[in-house]
Design a protein around this ligand. Structure first.
Ligand code: GDP
Ligand code: MG
Length: 296
């Protein structure tokens, strides 16, 4: 790329679990957005910034667009994704290699409706089997929409991620940088701490419980050279409290330990973490609770 400097917002959209957050982290080169094997892990719009010699890309991670949005939380997640898409200079449809579902159709319909220019990333190519079905899959994708480019990637193995980054940058508007050098996300410390705790918690829990869990940092203070953090884990039913805490408090202890280790690394300093489990009945259906958690 030569000549003019480019910058803008590139929204990563797609159905749940295709690897949008993993891709964001790979594109930025740091963990900005949490990742778990479970669909619907990402609930917010999260910006991750990458600087190239001639461009600055603000990637926007979004919740996966999904059907059956029965709860207020799920409707809010779909709204967040749709709004990020419409605000973007460029949309990146993230799809999974060899797999196309009705939720991918839903996402593509949103892109078409937005009229935004779009690039497709065909992710998880590391496990696309049989290999020879990849080219026909890409040809079908090309027939579905006139993408500016279709880039196969493995976010997990960082395959072709640099190529995707440059392809995106090339298609951004000519504009000056929007973020300072060194800025990697628009999200503050409290949010990143709460999200990392939710990641570790989600990895510990089975089945439907993670969808009823939210994390909120209640206080942060300097204490004897350490950062002391109190965080509340909200569950939406009394019956989930013992599940989160575990027998003799073992599960909550494990979550606390792995969150603390991850946070020590993220912050480059030691941290003292107190976790509390609190019940707020049906918070995921409660507009005020969602607003309070920044989930609108
Ligand atoms: P999102 O819901 O679209 O944000 O997806 P995530 O980034 O949270 O990833 C969902 C799951 O897919 C996680 O278990 C990731 O490790 C996994 N994943 C993401 N990208 C890849 C990839 O390129 N290859 C493989 N094999 N797994 C991936
Ligand atoms: Mg995600």
């Amino acid at each position: 790329m030569t000549g003019e400097y480019r910058s803008g917002f590139a929204a990563l959209v797609g159905r749940p679990n295709v690897g949008k957050s993993t891709l964001l982290n790979a594109l930025v080169g740091q963990k900005v957005s949490i990742v778990t094997p479970r669909p619907q892990t990402t609930r917010h719009r999260i910006v991750g910034i990458a600087n190239l010699p001639n461009a600055q890309v603000a990637f926007v991670d979004t919740p996966g667009l999904h059907n059956h949005a029965a709860r207020a939380l799920n409707r809010a997640m779909n709204r967040t994704a749709a709004a990020a898409l419409e605000d973007a200079d460029l949309v990146v449809l993230v799809a999974e290699a060899l797999k196309w579902t009705s939720e991918d159709d839903l996402t593509l319909a949103r892109i078409v409706k937005s009229g935004r220019p779009a690039i497709a990333a065909v992710n998880k190519i590391d496990r696309a089997q049989p290999r020879e079905r990849l080219l026909p899959y890409i040809a079908e994708l090309a027939a579905r929409h006139s993408f500016l480019a279709i880039v196969p990637t493995s976010a997990l193995k960082s395959d072709n991620v640099e190529d995707l980054k440059h392809t995106i940058a090339r298609h951004l508007p000519v504009a000056p940088a929007m973020f300072l050098d060194g800025e990697i996300t628009d999200r503050g410390l409290e949010f990143r701490i709460a999200e990392l705790i939710r990641e570790k918690l989600t990895l510990e829990l089975n089945q439907e419980v993670p969808y009823g869990v939210a994390v909120e940092v209640e206080s942060m203070a300097e204490e004897d050279g350490q950062l002391a953090v109190d965080a509340a884990i909200w569950v939406d039913r009394e019956g989930q409290k013992p599940i989160v805490i575990g027998a003799k408090g073992e599960r909550l202890k494990r979550v606390g330990r792995s969150a603390r280790l991850a946070l020590n690394e993220l912050l480059g300093r030691r941290l003292h973490l107190n976790l509390w489990v609190k019940v707020r009945e049906n918070w995921a259906d409660n507009a005020r609770a969602l607003r309070h958690l920044g989930l609108e």
